[in-house]
Design a protein around this ligand. Structure first.
Ligand SMILES: Cc1cc2nc3c(=O)[nH]c(=O)nc-3n(C[C@H](O)[C@H](O)[C@H](O)COP(=O)(O)O)c2cc1C
Length: 389
């Protein structure tokens, strides 16, 4: 491992160097022209701070709770389904999150069984899509509950947009000998990544064990994706049904509009995440930080409002909290950390964010994230978007 890094950008640079091209490209993701992908980070750079110089606080507090879980900083792990980044995959991420006192979101498309991830971090939420029949969804929820999931994340913003102007990565159905030979040139040019897998005695397993039918083998990524594509999209009644069946803490991920946020409240959710799926979904959807203020104002007193998309620094977290988020979820930042250094790399990313939050709180003269408000942030004219009002 190549030592500590001090920015998420450096973690990304190391990930690019270490991973085979297809794996790095699958992790970068984004859809179509990448308008949303770009806006997610650009929007944060357009927000400024209004710092103080004296009367600053010697101690800064950043602990909070999300869906009943105590977390030591307002950052949790967003579920991501990219596999083959590191042999320990989601278990390494879960361990890192536990070591740094925060919660883990595990994707339906994860490569490790939920029970193993819960063992590594009891503060684990399981993420599902609306996929398969109601009976199948009930079975999945029951198994997630039995495995110890502390909450359900339901992700609804996906419109199966597959084209990407900079080229979509080639992902094989299975990593059999034929596929390995086809990928050999790019894999062999990344010997350290390959060595990590060889040392672990495994090859990347492109299956989704958490959505296997009872008694059946885990479906391949593409098999599961096919089932999902064929499932008619859910109505708000379906969402309310799902919420009722689960019973426990329930987060609806992917909200961009005030009217949808209000419907989510009506459906009885515990929390929402203002999100455009990291710019991987309907391209040209604005950055979540632009739509956050209107949504937080409309429903922030009724449900927990989280944000995900474009978080690369502690100061981004502070901007989101100042504009109404209770906490944020991170995606690529920890994936790059995982690729760069396994569990240590993810811990490093969380430390970078913690340091950045602390430094922004100091500069703003705040002693706690709970004191942050829109007054701390310089919002340029025309920055925000209010959708569905
Ligand atoms: C490679 C990749 C895979 C993802 N897979 C999932 C997934 O399986 N389920 C889900 O709810 N979100 C998924 N997401 C979205 C993330 O949970 C999150 O919304 C997004 O990454 C946040 O943006 P950021 O990467 O800029 O932090 C994925 C994102 C990436 C980059």
């Amino acid at each position: 491992m190549s030592g500590w890094f001090e920015t998420v950008t450096e973690a990304q640079r190391r990930a690019r160097k270490r991973l085979p091209k297809s794996v790095y490209s699958a992790l970068l993701a984004g859809s179509e022209k990448g308008v949303s992908y770009d806006d997610n980070t650009t929007a944060f750079t357009q927000l400024g701070f209004a710092p103080h110089v004296a009367g600053l606080s010697a101690k800064r507090e950043m602990a909070t709770t999300v869906m009943g879980q105590d977390i030591s900083l307002p950052v949790i792990i967003s579920p991501t389904g990219v596999q083959a980044v590191h042999p320990d995959g989601e278990v390494a991420v879960a361990r890192a999150a536990a070591a740094r006192g925060t919660a883990m979101g595990l994707s339906s498309f994860a490569s490790k069984p939920l029970a193993d991830v819960v063992e590594a971090n009891p503060q684990t939420f399981f993420q599902v899509y609306w996929m398969g029949t109601r009976d199948v969804m009930l079975q999945r929820m029951e198994r997630a509950r039995a495995a110890g999931a502390k909450g359900l994340i339901v992700t609804l913003d996906w419109s199966f947009s597959h084209g990407r102007d900079w080229g979509s990565p080639k992902i094989p159905e299975r990593l059999d000998l034929k596929a390995m030979l086809r990928f050999a040139p790019e894999t062999l040019s990344r010997p350290r990544w390959l060595l990590d897998f060889l040392k672990s005695g495994s090859i990347p397993d492109l299956t989704a064990p958490n959505i296997a039918e009872p008694g059946s083998p885990a479906p391949t990524f593409f098999g599961a994706y096919g089932e999902w594509m064929q499932t008619p999209p859910p109505s708000w009644e379906d969402v309310a049904w799902l919420r009722e069946q689960w019973g426990g803490p329930f987060l609806l991920k992917g909200i961009c509009r005030v009217d949808d946020a209000k419907r989510a409240v009506d459906a009885g959710v515990t929390a929402i995440s203002v999100s455009n799926h990291g710019g991987n979904n309907l391209d040209a959807t604005p950055a979540p930080i632009r739509v956050l203020p209107s949504i937080a104002e409309a429903v922030g007193h009724q449900v927990e409002v989280l944000l995900d998309g474009g978080i690369r620094r502690g100061s981004d977290v502070v901007k989101a909290v100042a504009l109404g988020a209770r906490a944020v979820m991170i995606g690529r930042a920890y994936l790059w950390g995982l690729a760069a250094g396994g569990q240590t790399g993810v811990e490093n990313v969380l430390d970078v964010l913690r340091g950045g939050i602390d430094s922004a709180l100091l500069g703003l003269g705040r002693s706690s994230i709970h004191e942050l408000s829109a007054d701390d942030v310089v919002i340029p004219r025309g920055f925000t978007r209010s959708l569905g009002v």
